[in-house]
Design a binder for this molecule. Structure first.
Ligand code: ADP
Ligand code: GN1
Ligand code: MG
Length: 356
């Protein structure tokens, strides 16, 4: 491992390397220097999920540059903790990743004194909302065509439903028989969940540069509950804002974890929802159109539905995409997401009324 890090940081500086974070895709490590004062994040990029590494690493460099510029212009005093910096190779400053013949690696600055918070206070949720709106705003003037799609059709609902259908048809590990009830629930809602693509075709829902993975784990807070940095930029690409508001409602507004086994613990935390929306509108309100505004609560249902579909497709497929911690983990996640979707549906009217 040290041999890999030493492609980015001089070998004599490298101390301890420990697994870090809770992501489902990449392998993340925290690296500390010999004095224990400086840290870096080392990641093995999952190239099965992100086969277009060149595009991916180019995107994150563009995003970093743009954010640095915008934050500097705004006179940000804590610049180093507000965006991700990816280190170049010591041997080739034009490259920000390393291929060891088998796997792909990158190193970025560790955001010091930061933490993920799965349980939020309303105040922290407001800051998170503000931060996502600000993130979208900072990237809003990246010209169309500059950023590539790191995963094609990533948040396309028709694609995700097709993927599930194909998994069901193949049924490679014989799991379909045990999930017929869930498939029925998914089927019932499919038409309603294709609304964003329809609205886009009608010219009512624009594509913008969005984060596309705004789960609560991807927001780093300081000790006082203020947001330092939105991380995990692998999926920053053109998309609909419903993805960003929706994935935060899916994770931050849920009273339980996304894989909660005890379904009775799952529910909608209305004060968190209200604070998040207020925070988001305080920054994104400047550029959202009326259709986007009116669909914020729907975005929560859409992303929860999409995640139900994705976890189930991966379960049926034999757990090839998301890291699992036990054999039935993807099924447990699917059931928890479906339960949360039902909770969001029960609260839909109240959530929509709050938006108005
Ligand atoms: P994955 O794609 O696997 O989710 P992430 O890039 O989200 O990987 O990293 C996993 C976790 O590591 C994040 O959720 C966050 O808690 C933590 N993390 C990532 N980057 C940094 C960083 N630069 N500084 C501190 N913590 C980080
Ligand atoms: C993955 O990378 P991570 O763990 O933050 C996934 C998201 C899912 C999420 C579900 C590239 O996010 O799309 O919503 O798991 N990322 C990718 O927890 O597929
Ligand atoms: Mg992540």
């Amino acid at each position: 491992m040290k041999q890999i890090i030493s492609q980015f940081v001089p070998l004599e500086e490298i101390g301890e390397v420990l697994p870090f974070g809770n992501g489902h895709i990449n392998d993340t490590y925290a690296v500390t220097d010999r004095e224990g004062t400086r840290r870096w994040i080392l990641q093995r990029i999952n190239h099965h999920v992100f086969p277009r590494i060149e595009i991916l690493q180019r995107n994150v460099a563009i995003v970093a540059e743009r954010m640095q510029q915008r934050l500097r212009e705004a006179g940000e005093p804590d610049l180093e903790r507000k965006y991700l910096h990816f280190y170049p190779l010591l041997s080739d400053p034009t490259k920000n990743y390393y291929y060891d013949g088998e796997r792909y690696w990158r190193v970025c600055r560790f955001i010091p004194e930061s933490m993920s918070m799965s349980e939020l206070t309303p105040e922290a949720a407001r800051y998170a909302g503000e931060a996502f709106g600000h993130f979208e705003e900072m990237l809003s003037d990246i010209p169309e065509g500059t950023l590539g799609e790191t995963i094609v059709d990533f948040h396309s609902m028709p694609f995700r439903l097709r993927q599930l259908r194909e998994a069901v048809e193949k049924d490679p590990v014989g799991r379909v028989a045990g999930v017929r009830d869930i498939l029925e629930e998914i089927d019932k809602r499919a038409d309603k969940m294709l609304q964003q693509e329809r609205l886009h075709e009608e010219g009512k829902l624009p594509k913008r540069t969005i984060h596309c993975d705004t789960k609560v784990d991807n927001v780093l807070f300081d000790k006082t509950g203020c947001v330092l940095c939105v991380v995990d930029w692998d999926t920053v690409m053109p998309g609909y804002i419903l993805s960003d508001v929706g994935d935060f409602i899916r994770t931050g507004v849920n009273l339980a974890a996304e894989d909660e086994a005890d379904l009775s613990k799952i529910g909608v935390n209305m004060p968190i929802y209200k604070a998040f929306v207020e925070g988001y509108l305080s920054t994104a309100g400047k550029f959202l159109n009326p259709t986007e505004r009116s669909l914020i609560a729907y975005g929560g249902r859409l992303m929860t539905y999409m995640q139900t579909v994705r976890f189930l497709a991966d379960y049926i497929d034999g757990d090839k995409y998301f890291k699992v911690h036990h054999p039935e983990h993807n099924l447990q996640r699917t059931r928890a997401q479906l339960r949360y979707l039902e909770c969001l549906e029960e609260k839909a009217e109240e959530m929509e009324a709050l938006l108005k």
